[in-house]
Design a protein around this ligand. Structure first.
Ligand code: ACM
Length: 535
């Protein structure tokens, strides 16, 4: 581990115990004294760090019994009994790194940007006892912090979590709660899977039927099921995410997984329908018809509104699991293939993706898609999300494309966590230990590894109907994803992670998270997940 105990070497007293932090910081050096946060402790901020200062003040308020004073005054930089949150433009720790130094009279967090300050505050939060999450008055000893020097920065810049809100809908409050928990774990990218066969979940003002029709299905039990986010709700969530240094990547699926859109506008399909918003899981044969210009007009109009809403650099366009049968049978698709000299339907998919990519790029955004977008040739500038193992990610990196690793083998949080949890067959098993073992760059040369943006845990929700169940599937495995994304390989240590997890899970339980508390590893050999994860 990167923990060393040099401070005070030679003295009789022992250094402080190492704090239990997930993800494990890059470098920690323990001191011997303590800093007491008390009634008089002030938080010194700058314009750029005031929001993070408020976040810290809100965290401390119930425990202290009053709101600590926030002061923006350069003259106070050397004051005692202060928590300093200060931008250091010369910090060597990158855009998200921070330095946290606690002595007996001050606590300083320095970073190049407020994101780094925010992550320093998350580390500080985990140095406080889990009871801090209960938001109640605590004894003064709970607010005593060990002297320490931490230098920390993330291994990867994309540390993601994907939530599928199409198969089951999760209300805005649960999305915000998800963002809160991501922040605790220093995750910075929320991939919002907003459209699929079973429901269209984002209001598009130009096409109101997408949500009046496409957001609702009739399930096998005869019940209507659905929901969607208005653009106002989405803006509010984007703002909430930004305050936690989380970028949202919206996903609008194409050319497949689009029954909810085709149920609304059957004329965009190959056959003309009619269709209904699907109440079945799996892959559907009806997909958007690229042989009709109206398909591109529709998708570009949708993307215009999506691009205007989301400030982040990436738009996810899906691209996975597209049966080509309807394109083979459709004369308009065949005519287009002839006109464009496309040899087969894989090249037609590539034509589709390239056209959409060029459009999105013309609006100043980047495209990311599932690894099928490699088939028939990848659009220049597009990034790949590798889910059918790491093969697609490796091929993308080798051809100079950015990649996010989220292979089913290690990152699919809809798979079961232990044999004891498995009633249905066939099942796919993904233990906490296996998630933890993942190295996103492990199969790449150093030059290829430069294209690995990072790692992401994905929660598909066919079998996840409630927030309680989503918690149960996501935690604690998302904490392992967070450490895979943040901590350097030299600092990864499974037994040590397990012992840190005990305090982390106490924190989760105080935060009301219904985490899975069963076995973290397996004794039986389990079948490897197959490439496709959907039935
Ligand atoms: C996927 O799991 N179909 C990307």
């Amino acid at each position: 581990m990167a923990t060393v105990s040099l401070m005070g070497a030679g003295c009789a007293s022992q250094p402080n115990p190492r704090p239990m932090i997930i993800p494990e910081p890059t470098h920690m050096e323990m001191g011997q004294k303590h800093f007491q946060i008390n009634d008089k402790t002030r938080i010194i901020v700058q314009t750029d760090t005031r929001g993070t200062g408020e976040f810290l003040a809100d965290l401390l308020t119930p425990a202290l019994g009053h709101h600590p004073e926030l002061v923006q005054n350069a003259a106070l930089l050397n004051t005692d009994n202060a928590i300093l949150l200060l931008i250091d433009p010369g910090s060597p720790l990158g855009e998200e790194g921070y330095q946290l130094t606690i002595t007996h009279n001050t606590l300083r967090i320095f970073a190049a940007t407020d994101a780094g300050i925010f992550y320093g505050v998350q580390t500080l939060r985990q140095m406080l006892p889990p009871e801090i999450e209960l938001k109640k008055s605590l004894a003064p000893s709970a607010l005593e912090l060990p002297a320490i020097s931490i230098m920390d920065r993330p291994r990867y810049r994309w540390r993601g979590f994907m939530l599928d809100v199409s198969r089951h809908f999760f209300p805005p409050e649960y999305i915000k709660r998800t963002l809160d928990l991501m922040a605790l774990q220093k995750l910075n990218t929320f991939h919002w899977h907003l459209t699929d066969d079973q429901g269209w979940r984002i209001q598009i003002k130009r096409y109101p039927e997408l949500t009046s029709i496409g957001a609702w299905r009739t399930d096998e039990n005869g019940q209507r099921y659905g929901g969607f986010y208005t653009q106002d709700e989405i803006r509010d969530i984007i703002h909430y995410a930004a305050a936690r240094h989380i970028t949202i990547v919206p996903e609008i699926e194409m050319p497949g997984h689009c029954m909810a859109a085709l149920a609304t506008y059957p004329e965009l399909s190959d056959t003309g329908g009619p269709f209904k918003v699907s109440d079945k899981w799996g892959i559907h044969y009806d997909v958007y018809c690229p042989g009709k210009e109206s398909t591109f007009v529709f998708l570009q109009n949708v993307l215009d509104e999506v691009i205007a809403l989301f400030p982040g650099p990436f738009i996810h366009i899906g691209g996975d699991e597209v049966p080509k049968d309807q394109w083979k049978a459709n004369p308009q698709c065949q005519a287009l293939m002839k006109r464009e000299h496309l040899a087969n339907e894989e090249e037609l998919q590539s034509y589709f993706v390239k056209r959409i990519t060029a459009y999105v790029q013309s609006k100043g955004k980047r495209v990311i898609g599932w690894d099928e977008i490699l088939e028939g040739g990848l659009a220049p500038g597009a990034a790949v999300m590798s889910w059918r193992g790491t093969k697609g990610g490796i091929a993308a990196a080798q051809s100079g494309h950015d990649v996010v690793m989220s292979p089913g083998t290690h990152c699919y949080l809809d798979h079961y966590q232990s044999e004891s949890q498995i009633p249905p067959k066939p099942f796919r098993l993904l233990t906490l230990e296996k998630v933890y073992s993942f190295d996103p760059s492990g199969e790449l040369t150093p030059d290829e590894a430069k294209y690995v943006l990072g790692v992401q845990g994905n929660l598909w929700t066919e079998q996840v109907a409630t927030p309680q169940r989503a918690d149960y599937m996501a935690y604690p495995r998302l904490a392992a994803i967070a450490e895979v994304g943040w901590s350097i390989s030299e600092n990864k240590d499974w037994p040590d992670f397990e012992s840190r997890l005990k305090s982390f899970e106490q924190r989760l339980s105080y935060l009301g998270v219904n985490y899975f508390a069963g076995p973290t590893t397996t004794t039986q050999p389990a079948a490897e997940p197959s490439a496709a994860t959907k039935p």
